[in-house]
Design a binder for this molecule. Structure first.
Ligand code: 8X3
Length: 251
């Protein structure tokens, strides 16, 4: 049945079960996108999809079959938010837990590439697409104990730059949104293996770390620029953070 109403544009958000991913799904839905919420935790994304009138697709970005199933369910995609990722541990290079490093590369880099590859036909089919890769200030600065994560996030920056070169001439824009200190329910808790005290210490005395909604606001802004406007990258930090090592904390 045809009508004169414009079709809602489709956005896919990975890691949509919490934090920046969930907030981005909400922000994009508020901008009129039909949002496909993808993540491993089905109960969470089903709840979110019901809230925002979107669709939940259970997906593990480290698993090719799972990503293929996501791609098969999304024939046309206008916005892809590669958000799924994370950090584990703060081991020094001379004490590197290689399993943790492998996990970080697998999730932050290979997962992003796997999803992007799988959804490129759908992005092309849209005729006007934006890929937003969630990087990090960890992709800009090294810090002691951070190399397993900072190397992976530097890779996200370089993959984003490479894609922009390779897709030049196609109607697909690539943006890397690189947040600094963001207080979410899970990022630091996962990094410290569930140790809430260590997770809380990351933000101790910091006046207003960013919230997931602050980053989602940037994601939605990027996704809603006119077609000819490419935003290469956004580095977004709380006012209290000048650099990885330079964070103002109350006494
Ligand atoms: C998070 C930023 O400083 O914890 O992506 O590595 S940091």
């Amino acid at each position: 049945m045809s009508n004169d109403l414009p079709q809602a544009r489709t956005a896919v958000v990975t890691g949509a079960s919490s934090g920046i991913g969930a907030a981005s799904a909400r922000a994009l839905a508020a901008q009129g996108f039909r949002v496909v919420c993808a993540a491993r935790r089905t109960d969470r994304i089903e709840e979110l999809a019901a809230e925002i009138g979107g669709e939940a697709i259970t997906c593990d970005i480290t698993d090719q079959e799972s990503v293929d199933a996501l791609a098969a369910a999304v024939p046309t995609c206008h916005v892809l938010v590669n958000n799924a990722g994370g950090a584990i541990g703060t081991d020094r290079v001379d004490d590197a837990d290689l399993d943790g490093w492998r996990w970080m590369y697998d999730v932050n880099v290979l997962g992003l590439v796997r999803v992007t590859k799988a959804l490129l036909p759908a992005l092309r089919a849209s005729g006007d697409a934006v890929i937003v890769n969630l990087g990090s200030t960890a992709g800009r600065w090294a810090y002691e104990g951070g190399a397993g994560y900072t190397t992976a996030k530097h890779a996200v920056k370089v993959v984003s730059e490479t894609l922009r070169l390779e897709l030049n001439g196609e109607p697909i824009r690539i943006c890397e949104v690189a947040p600094g200190m963001v207080r979410t329910d899970e990022f630091a808790l996962v990094r410290f293996g569930g140790d809430q005290a260590r997770a809380d210490a990351v933000y101790a005395g910091v006046d207003q770390p960013l919230l997931a909604e602050d980053v989602a606001d940037a994601v939605a802004w990027v996704a809603t620029r006119p077609s000819h406007v490419d935003i290469d990258e956004i580095v977004i930090k709380p006012r209290a953070q000048a650099a990885a090592h330079k964070v103002h904390r109350r006494e």
